[in-house]
Structure formats: structure tokens, C-alpha cells
Design a protein around this ligand. Structure first.
Ligand SMILES: NC(=O)c1ccc[n+]([C@@H]2O[C@H](COP(=O)([O-])OP(=O)(O)OC[C@H]3O[C@@H](n4cnc5c(N)ncnc54)[C@H](O)[C@@H]3O)[C@@H](O)[C@H]2O)c1
Length: 467
């Protein structure tokens, strides 16, 4: 069975065999919020479920069709499952593994004393799963459902299972990471209408077995690598927390102004083009231009004047500055003395250079002794750069010299820039720039701030800022 290195390879793999479709025998280790809901809901799809918990009280309640937690509709489903002989429960993991084909792991992953992830429960569950597998001949799939840092499934759980079982992942058993997205309080409804189903796997056979289990509620699960699936879960929750804090800071600024924060946010959420959309949500370079930096400063200033604290809003300029410094560091580490820039304005298709973060990078490199050249299809020696600079004089006085000298750095094409540079910083993702880079690939050293290619090039002369 193939064990794959990354998403691109995974997507191109042809399945080696199609697993049998239909009801599965599933053991669920850990009968807390996730495990109890999974047990009830998977049984409602017709699967045979064996629940396992180290806590005999929880296992006992599930075995009797009673819910160990307060959750709408859960007890009804559990008791139906038990009545239909689809749910049983035990404290014996080994026995549960022996009598099922797939094991879901939903034990707790509390915060460890250093603020990281405590793997204690995962390790002990993995050892018991391994013991079960050591007594089993048939292929088995282990599905990790706990929220864990990327790479933990393969570096923490799998070695424990392999050690305890003497078996090999990919040959004797398969591993998937299937994050849980339920919201407590509406968990059963969320199971039946999930925001998405994500299956991280390194072999198709295991992935298809898990996909089949979910088929009745999601015919098109998202297939990816285990590490991406692990990170998706963390990123989702950080995003949700960001949304909560963002909205609360809006409220804190609006209240003393006498502006109705809900009226503001009702309109805000109606914008699904720029606000609630994929726009601005891909890792890349710093924000800039004539609006974002100015307006962030203005809102922070407004809050300060009223004595309102907005640590999230206030942190934006700092994290943006770190992205600019990260690009400067990448160039410095390359050791290049002649630095080329493909793209000068804060984004493609405009000649607006006000608060362009590329100018900041250029300025810092000039100050540290680098020679620079640049190309931007929207900017020529005739661009009225001095007028633009007047607008940002109060916030960018340090850029005055670089702006004044800009015409002499400009080159008539991207090829001139590449040919005169030791390293090329790409800050715009246009068809023209992609063509220029493709024509010089493996000859030019590239620092990519915009993710030029879907699949990251692997040659040593290419580096991306966040990938
Ligand atoms: N609660 C949620 O809303 C939610 C949502 C998505 C993801 N998650 C993640 O899912 C995982 C489980 O969360 P939870 O809230 O259900 O946890 P929980 O603490 O409610 O339940 C975990 C259960 O695992 C049992 N357990 C611990 N070690 C065991 C072992 N070796 N064998 C058998 N049982 C064992 C515990 O007794 C407990 O009943 C965590 O990683 C969590 O971050 C939780």
C-alpha cells in the first residue's frame, strides 16, 4: 500500500481497491462530548458501534442508552441505538478493537503544563489499540479525531500503535485524521449537517473506508494529508476565536460613540465578497496601500482617545510589520547584494505606491548596502510618485530618499530585473510575472511573497514566505 508524502501526490493516486460499502463495525475510544455524539449518530446511520471509556460510569450509561452529557437529542438517539442492538459499550479497548474494523479515537487532549498539548490519553489509548491489533489478523483502520498539533498522529500515536502491535502502518492497519467540527449544544444537528467533512490520510484504502462511513451525510468529503487535516482543526478554532474578539472590539468602540454595533455588523456580514469570503485569507505578504494601514491606525487612535482598549486591532500593525521584516530577513539570509523586485505597488494593477510594504523592504535593503532594481507593469518613470509620497509624509518620512530615487531603480521588463539580480523578490502574482519566472526557473533565486505556484517548487533556489 502506498504511503504518500504530500497532498499533490495523494490527489493523483489511483485507489488500489474499493472498500466494501455498507454498515461498518466501529469502536469509539473516549465517550465524552465527541465520542458520545459520534456513537449515537453513527449508530443512527446503521453502523454497529462499540463505545469504550476508561470511566466505567460513562461506559455503563452509554450501554444503557443514557447520555453522559447534556446535549439535545443525544439520549433519544443513544437509547434507539441500544434498542436496535447497534450500540454497546465497554471499558475494554482490546476487546473493542478485536470486534470491530474501524476505531475512532476521541480521548481528551487537555492543555499540558507548558501550554502545549497533553498526549497522555492518546498514548495510553494507542498502546491499547496496538495490543488489540497484535491479536488480530484482519486489516484495521484507526481514525484519530482528537484536536492535536500537526504531525502528532504520525509521530505520537502511530509509533505507540506499531510498538505495541508489532504491525506496520499502511500494510496491517491504516491511519486517518478526521477532525470533529461539532458545536456543543447543537452537536447532533451538526453531525447530520456538517460544515464540512475532512479526511486526512496517507493511503486511499483507509481514506475510502472512512469516506464510506460518512457517505449518507456527506457524499463529497474533503480528502487531504493527515498534517493538513490536523492543522485545519486548529486554524478553524483560532479563526472562530478571532471572529469573537473582533466583533467584541467593534462593540467596545461603537458603544461610547453611540453607534449601534449590531447595525454595523449586520451590514458587515452581508458583504460576502470581501468580508465573509476567501478574500484576504491566504498567507502571503503584508497589507498596505492607501486605505488599510491608514484606517487601522484611525480606529486604534479613536479607541485610545476614548480610553477603550482594542488589543486585537492594535496588534495588526505589529504583525504586519513582522511580515515585512520576515521578507527582509529572507533576502539577508540569501546573502544577495543585488536585489530585484517584481512588483512595487501594494498589489497588482495599480500604480498606487502609498504605504506599499514592498517599498519598506526595498528601503531597508538599500540602507543595509544592497543595490536594487525593480519592475512593475503599472509603474514607469512618469508615475507621479512624489505626489503620492506627500500623502503619506507623516507616516513614512523614512522613505523619502528611496521614493526620490525610484526612477533610477526601474527597469523596462522583469527579465532585466532577473538578469541584474542575485535574488528576486516577487510581490505580485500576475500572468506576466508568472511567465517571466517560469522562463528563468532554476536560474534565478526567488523569494516568493505571493504563492506563484499551486504546488510549492522544491528546488533550493526558491523560497516562499509562508509555505
Ligand atoms: N468537545 C467538543 O466540542 C470538541 C469538538 C471538536 C473536537 N474536540 C476534540 O475531541 C477530543 C475529545 O474531546 P471531548 O470534549 O469529547 O473530551 P472529553 O474530555 O469530554 O472526553 C474524553 C473521554 O475520553 C476518556 N478517556 C481518556 N483516556 C481514555 C482511554 N485511554 N481509553 C478510553 N477512554 C479514555 C475520558 O474518560 C473521557 O470520557 C479532544 O481532542 C477535543 O479537543 C472536542
Amino acid at each position: 500500500m502506498n504511503v504518500l508524502a504530500n497532498t499533490a501526490e495523494f490527489q493523483h493516486l489511483v485507489p488500489v481497491a474499493q472498500p466494501v460499502q455498507g454498515a461498518s463495525r466501529i469502536s469509539i475510544i473516549g465517550l465524552g462530548y465527541v465520542g458520545a455524539v459520534s456513537a449515537a449518530c453513527l449508530s443512527s446511520l446503521g453502523h454497529q458501534v462499540v463505545g469504550v471509556d476508561v470511566d466505567p460510569a460513562k461506559a455503563g450509561m452509554i450501554a444503557e442508552g443514557r447520555s453522559p452529557i447534556h446535549e439535545q437529542n443525544l439520549e433519544t438517539l443513544l437509547s434507539k441505538g441500544v434498542d436496535n442492538d447497534l450500540i454497546s459499550a465497554t471499558t475494554d479497548i482490546v476487546d473493542a478493537v478485536l470486534n470491530t474494523d474501524v476505531t475512532f479515537v476521541s480521548v481528551g487532549t487537555p492543555t499540558s503544563s507548558d501550554g502545549g498539548c497533553d498526549f497522555t490519553y492518546i498514548r495510553s489509548a494507542a498502546r491499547a489499540i496496538g495490543e488489540g491489533l497484535s491479536r488480530k489478523k484482519d486489516y484495521h483502520v484507526v481514525v484519530m479525531r482528537c484536536s492535536v498539533p500537526p504531525a502528532s498522529t504520525l509521530s505520537v500515536m502511530v509509533p505507540e500503535i506499531e510498538k505495541a502491535s508489532g504491525k506496520t502502518m499502511g500494510d496491517d492497519f491504516g491511519i486517518c485524521f478526521n477532525p470533529e467540527f461539532l458545536r456543543e449544544g447543537t452537536a447532533v444537528a451538526d453531525f447530520n449537517d456538517p460544515p464540512k467533512t475532512v479526511i486526512g490520510a496517507n493511503d486511499w484504502f483507509a481514506a475510502e473506508i472512512v469516506a464510506d462511513i460518512y457517505r449518507p451525510i456527506d457524499a463529497n468529503p474533503i480528502m487531504t494529508t493527515i498534517e493538513v487535516a490536523e492543522m485545519v482543526k486548529y486554524v478553524d478554532n483560532v479563526w472562530h476565536a478571532t471572529k469573537v474578539c473582533f466583533a467584541n472590539e467593534v462593540g467596545r468602540v461603537c458603544k461610547p460613540l453611540g453607534v449601534d454595533s449590531h447595525a454595523v455588523m449586520d451590514i458587515f456580514v452581508e458583504d460576502t465578497k470581501l468580508n465573509l469570503s476567501p478574500y484576504y485569507l491566504k498567507p502571503g505578504f503584508a497589507y498596505g496601500g492607501s486605505c488599510l494601514p491608514k484606517e487601522v491606525r484611525a480606529v486604534v487612535h479613536l479607541a485610545q482617545q476614548m480610553g477603550v482598549e482594542t488589543p486585537l486591532f492594535s496588534s495588526l500593525a505589529e504583525t504586519n510589520e513582522q511580515q515585512i521584516e520576515a521578507a527582509v530577513d529572507m533576502v539577508r539570509k540569501s546573502g544577495a547584494k543585488r536585489v530585484g523586485f517584481l512588483g512595487l505597488a501594494f498589489k497588482a494593477g495599480t500604480d498606487d505606491l502609498r504605504e506599499s510594504p514592498v517599498l519598506e523592504v526595498m528601503n531597508r535593503l538599500i540602507e543595509s548596502g544592497c543595490e536594487v532594481v525593480a519592475y512593475d507593469e503599472a509603474i514607469s518613470t512618469g508615475t507621479r510618485v512624489a505626489n503620492q509620497f506627500d500623502y503619506v509624509r507623516n507616516v513614512c518620512p523614512h522613505l523619502e530618499l528611496t521614493v526620490a530615487e525610484l526612477p533610477k531603480f526601474l527597469r523596462p521588463s522583469g527579465f532585466h530585473v532577473i538578469d541584474e539580480s542575485d535574488v528576486v523578490v516577487v510581490s505580485q502574482n500576475t500572468p506576466e510575472i508568472r511567465q517571466i519566472i517560469a522562463a528563468r526557473l532554476e536560474r534565478a533565486q526567488i523569494i516568493d511573497l505571493v504563492r506563484l505556484f499551486t504546488t510549492t517548487p522544491t528546488f533550493s533556489c526558491y523560497e516562499g514566505i509562508g509555505w
